[in-house]
Design a protein around this ligand. Sequence first.
Ligand SMILES: NC(=O)c1ccc[n+]([C@@H]2O[C@H](COP(=O)([O-])OP(=O)(O)OC[C@H]3O[C@@H](n4cnc5c(N)ncnc54)[C@H](OP(=O)(O)O)[C@@H]3O)[C@@H](O)[C@H]2O)c1
Length: 383
Amino acid sequence: MARILLTGATGFLGGAVLHQALSRRDGTEWVCLVRCADAEQGYQRIAARLSRFTDLFTARRLARQVTIVPGDFTRADQDADPRLDDVTHVLHLAADTSYRGEERVFRTNHLGTLALARRARLMPKLRRFLHVGTAMSCGADAPTLVREAPPRPEDRHLVAYTASKAAAETSLAAEFTDLPLVVARPSIVVGHSTLGAGPSSSILWLVRAADRLRLLPTETRTGIDIVPVDWAAASLLGLLLKPDLAHDLYHVSAGEGSLTRWPDLFRAFETADPEGDPRLVDRFDFADRAALRERFAATFGLDTALKHAMLRATRAYYMFCALDFTFANDRLLAEGIAAPPSLPDYLGACLANSTDIVEQFVDDLEMFTASAAAEPLPLTATA
Ligand SMILES: NC(=O)c1ccc[n+]([C@@H]2O[C@H](COP(=O)([O-])OP(=O)(O)OC[C@H]3O[C@@H](n4cnc5c(N)ncnc54)[C@H](OP(=O)(O)O)[C@@H]3O)[C@@H](O)[C@H]2O)c1
């Protein structure tokens, strides 16, 4: 019987994984390492997250099925709680996903992950340690079709967050060869294929803003590698529990087959909003800061601090869109995991329960409130 240690259960992907796994009722035990004062607060935090996927009553009932271990994964190596000893699988999702606070992001994502790995060494029954990285661990200079490969020290990163995730992968591979380590790298997780914006509006606001701005930093015929959270959760569960895997590194991504192509996406917006103007989208040069600022001011206004933060966030995400990366998912599909839907397939569900775009941005606000996010510096993976 599997006994799974989950970090990040109170986050977007963690909530989706836990909701799906607990709804299966297959007898698997879930141990959640949660930042909380005591177990009661931990249950409440997990129930609050699960309630984005189901009604509050069910969410509370499901939350009671997990074992809460209060704690911080970055100090897991000092945690002698015996409930961690019998763990058979680790699903490490927790991370600082902020685009600011370089030192803190490295301390959490790089050094913290190594602390968890040291604790995992003391789990004699451990069969898999699934570390969740990011597809952007490839750095900014990868070829347009990105295939799974270990990070290289010379890779250039646009933000400290992706550099810290690459550094964690590098150190895990070098220092923990004794662990049954597998790395899963999601691309961009947006919405839920049936619950739409209910679980989170993270990055959905950006896609909607691009539609309203009618402006892209890339060829308007290309695409963006987006997957829904329920599919990403199912894929992670597959990689966690499948006894034998062909590889130790997987993209959890749309790949060429399910890529969200911009023309299809804008057609889907037109279908959802037949009264609106035709989507005639302009391309702009990403280096032209004034072009985005002027279009943003004309579309949303720049009259509040929130909108200024949203402009910074739009610029930061557009910087990644301009790379035009597609993350190959052949390895994942070859493990028997079904291809994801593309965003145009479930955009209707996302728009059906969406609020105002600026309000939706609040889901990602924390990542962009410091000025560091406005001017990300090129970093190397070892920075
Ligand atoms: N969402 C995406 O588009 C995407 C794409 C690629 C990769 N990923 C990766 O997928 C993973 C999950 O992402 P997400 O979007 O679900 O992130 P999220 O919503 O920001 O959740 C982050 C989770 O990590 C927990 N956490 C952070 N620091 C912690 C600490 N020191 N100790 C214990 N828990 C801690 C948070 O707990 P609190 O609630 O206590 O803060 C929260 O549960 C991350 O590793 C991320 O890098 C996500």
